[in-house]
Design a protein around this ligand. Structure first.
Ligand SMILES: *Cc1c(COP(=O)(O)O)cnc(C)c1O
Length: 477
């Protein structure tokens, strides 16, 4: 711990807000609120003045690493800059009450409707629901849609295929929806091993879940062949589109043969996320699955928007109201600000940034798959491990230079993996700074690996016992 003294900031009698005096005429409170709902004691809330409160949060934010502070190359998480105008629109529109009648919510409903159409244009899908609150929930909804499709058609299916490079949420969602997961191997190029894939295709297969670009940052070359094989047994193609950052305006999942896709709005479409923060994982489907989408659906009739609950074949509601409002508004703002040209340039820059860094680093760290990458790439610190410091220690040492670690030990098929995703929002200076630091760390490992074992040296909290922290999580002040 730092030497800074931790003191209790709450002081009885201090206040950070001034509430107006109650101006509803009443004799006593029980006239307004039934007695059983009235507190007998005040809640135990911190009592702090506004300046102390501001200092508390600014202090916390300066101790932590965040994308507004410095580079955050956390692969698969798309930690890009989140434009502040997104927060402005979200906070202005947050005045709307979720129970406001439809006649007074036309603006919000029109935004939802427009956002669904934008996502359809981006992915080529026929319809979207904005309800799922995370990528993982989107996956579950997507697999439930598959289940419904097969039920309606009377198909008897119990298996979903998933590549071994997949994000851990994929097999979890499949298992939660009651299907059996069968793993498909990756080949030496880091792509789906077609031979292994074909050997696992049969009438029991309900569908295939594929991340494209995959979690190695590689574009799946045999996608048309894969789609044809799956559709050949009336299976459905699911694209984990959590990382759409490489495809915007370039490739549409529907054109690749996918029937279902989720997008992580908090990643590609810029909402601050991490630590379990708010998300949105809308699900898009092609025409043949439209009837099964969760209800209500946002519809328009005679110029009026409304929530339509009348979808007989729907799998039902998956979120209160219509999803995570703040995240949806941020994504809509982001898309409106950029327009089609801007969206395409995001992906072009994200891809060239990742390839630039990959080429600069591949002489120092082993490259897991030596092939042009999409929005991210995976290094392996196997050589460094033999020299005395592994991927974890490199990650810790990076903190001393003010950088967040890349994603580590994922995907599982790469030993000592360091998965780097610069995103489009980093400029050349920042990337060069990171490249230099990575080279310096590689040099330190050759000459003095021990020094990495005690890193980080200058963060407010040094090395923590991660196992203990995990098992005994205590996030209280
Ligand atoms: C982040 C991610 C997910 C999960 O999304 P959450 O919103 O964290 O639930 C799924 N798949 C991939 C490839 C991801 O990167």
């Amino acid at each position: 711990m730092s030497t800074q003294l931790i003191v209790e900031k709450s002081n009885s009698g201090q206040m950070g807000t001034s509430l107006p005096v109650l101006d509803v005429p009443h004799k006593n409170l029980t006239e307004l609120i039934p007695e059983k709902y009235l507190r007998s004691e005040s809640p135990r809330l911190p009592e702090v003045s506004e300046p102390e409160l501001v200092r508390h949060y600014v202090g916390l934010s300066s101790k932590n690493h965040h994308v507004d502070k410095d580079f955050y190359p956390l692969g698969s998480c798309t930690m890009k800059y989140n434009p502040k105008i997104n927060d402005w629109t979200a906070s202005v529109l947050a005045e709307v009450h979720p129970y406001q009648p439809e006649s007074l919510s036309q603006g919000i409903l029109s935004i939802y409707h427009e956002l669904e159409q934008q996502l359809c244009a981006i992915t080529g899908m026929a319809g979207f629901t904005l309800q799922p609150a995370a990528g993982s929930q989107g996956e579950l909804v997507g697999v439930l849609l598959m289940r419904k499709y097969h039920e309606v058609k009377g198909n008897e299916k119990d298996v979903i295929l998933i590549p071994d490079a997949a994000h851990g949420t994929n097999p979890a969602s499949v298992a939660m929806a009651g299907y059996q997961v069968i793993e498909v191997k990756s080949n030496s190029k880091g792509l789906v091993d077609l031979e292994d894939f074909e050997s696992k295709i049969n009438d029991r297969v309900a569908g295939f879940m594929l991340t494209n670009p995959n979690t190695l940052g590689l574009f799946e070359e045999n996608i048309s062949k894969i789609s044809a094989l799956i559709h050949g047994v009336d299976g459905l193609m699911y694209m984990d589109g959590a990382n759409m950052n490489a495809l915007l305006g370039i490739v549409r999942p529907a054109d690749l043969g996918f029937d279902i896709t989720h997008l992580n709005l908090h990643k590609t479409f810029s909402t601050p996320h991490g630590g379990g923060g708010p998300g949105a994982g809308p699900i898009g489907v092609t025409e043949k699955l439209m009837n099964y989408l969760p209800r209500p659906r946002v519809e328009i009739s005679a110029g009026k928007f409304y929530l339509d609950y009348d979808h007989k074949q729907s799998i039902g509601r998956v979120h209160g109201f219509y999803g995570n409002f703040g995240v949806l508004i941020r994504a809509w703002t982001y898309i409106r600000m950029l327009g089609p040209e801007g969206l395409r340039s995001i992906s072009e820059i994200a891809i060239s940034n990742a390839n630039y860094m990959m080429h600069k680093l591949k002489d120092v760290f082993e490259l897991a798959y030596d092939k042009a990458c999409m929005h991210e790439f995976v290094l392996s610190a196997q050589t460094q491990k033999k020299q005395g410091a592994n991927a974890l220690q490199i990650a810790k040492r990076l903190l001393d230079f003010g950088f967040h670690s890349p994603t580590m030990y994922f995907p599982l098929i790469v030993k000592e993996a360091l998965m780097i995703e610069p995103t489009e929002s980093e400029n050349k200076q920042t990337m060069d700074r990171f490249i230099e630091v990575m080279k310096q760390i590689a040099e330190e490992i050759e000459t003095n690996p021990d020094m990495l074992h005690s890193a980080p040296h200058n963060t407010p909290v040094g090395r923590v016992n991660e196992t203990y922290a995990n098992r005994n999580l205590n996030v209280r002040w």
